[in-house]
Design a protein around this ligand. Structure first.
Ligand code: C2E
Ligand code: MG
Ligand code: MG
Ligand code: MG
Length: 283
């Protein structure tokens, strides 16, 4: 009897897995037409000064409005796009759209707003990436000073030299590079010595743990201090409360990003966003 139940449970799990695989395959297939059919859109999430609450820049985040499944999370489809190679044309479109949108934002509001664009490691390391960036800037008319690229430690998996070289070239052109999801990968810290990055971003999983986990708080504090000593600034992601905002401001974290200030939003909503978001302590 117990044996029979075990088998049923096993079959249930197996059924779930088969169903999940089927959905993944279908989604991967749908990616091929999604770009042509204009199912992607860009949203923008504010980054604010930790002390004043002033809008300092935005992060561009892609969204997929799937015709039958509704909004699909980038956590779900970016890895699929990386597997199929679709990340190359998709990544190019993301960069173009973000640059055009920021030019539009400046024209409508009279304010220049820096934009951080997530770049997949595959896209960053591919021959021709630098040309793509230069071409996109020229075509959109966005100042290179307003573009920041976000990469993760996984760009270093096949060796640091080409990465350092590319980052130096980008820097010489005025384009800055931030290290995203800092600390969540498996890299050693020593690579930081040679990488010409200007900013590190602390993942939401680190930030949201500091209120209950004093060891995590120590890591966050150490990263902030280390980054400052290396002339880098620090962004904390995932700020969802006033308490967390105040805690990070006390720790001298430079910029904050999170639903407490604003969720990712359309360009239209960004254009009418007040420059001062909640969390202004000096008012
Ligand atoms: P990421 O680059 O670390 O982006 C930050 C993620 O944290 C975003 O999720 C953002 O919406 C979320 N977030 C920020 N503050 C809060 C908060 O207070 N609470 C909660 N619950 N979430 C918050 P999103 O947009 O779902 O993106 C997830 C990941 O997908 C990104 O992580 C990035 O790795 C990838 N991604 C998103 N857009 C792009 C893109 O345009 N290109 C590439 N290559 N990857 C992208
Ligand atoms: Mg990012
Ligand atoms: Mg991040
Ligand atoms: Mg993250």
């Amino acid at each position: 009897q117990a044996k029979g139940q075990g088998r049923n449970t096993w079959q249930w799990y197996r059924g779930q897995r088969v169903e999940k695989n089927r959905q993944t395959l279908a989604l991967r297939q749908d990616l091929y037409t999604a770009l042509k059919e204009q199912q992607f859109e860009m949203h923008y999430q504010p980054l604010v000064d930790s002390l004043s609450g002033r809008l300092r820049s935005v992060e561009a985040l892609v969204r997929w409005r799937h015709p039958s499944r509704g909004m699909v999370s980038p956590c779900e489809f970016i890895p699929l796009a990386e597997q199929t190679g679709q990340i190359i044309p998709l990544g190019r479109w993301i960069l173009q759209q973000a640059c055009r949108d920021m030019v539009d934002f400046s024209a409508r509001t009279g304010h220049d707003l820096p934009v951080a664009v997530n770049i997949s490691s595959l896209q960053f390391l591919r021959d021709g990436f630098l040309e793509d960036v230069k071409h996109t800037l020229a075509e959109s008319g966005l100042s290179p000073m307003l573009l920041e690229l976000e990469v993760t430690e996984s760009v270093l998996l096949d060796g640091a030299e080409p990465v350092i070289e590319l980052m130096q070239t980008l820097k010489a052109k005025g384009i800055r590079v931030a290290l995203d999801d800092f600390g969540t990968g498996f890299s050693s810290l020593s690579y930081l010595r040679d990488l010409p990055t200007h900013r590190v971003k602390l993942d939401r999983s680190f930030i949201q743990a500091i209120e209950t986990d004093h060891r995590m708080a120590a890591i966050v504090q150490a990263v902030i201090t280390m980054a400052h000593n290396m002339d880098m600034s620090v962004v904390a992601e995932g700020i969802e409360s006033l308490e967390l905002q105040q805690d990070l401001a006390r720790r001298h974290c430079d910029l904050l990003q999170g639903n407490y200030f604003a969720r990712p939003m359309s360009l239209a909503d960004l254009k009418v966003l007040p420059s001062l978001l909640p969390g202004n302590r000096s008012a």
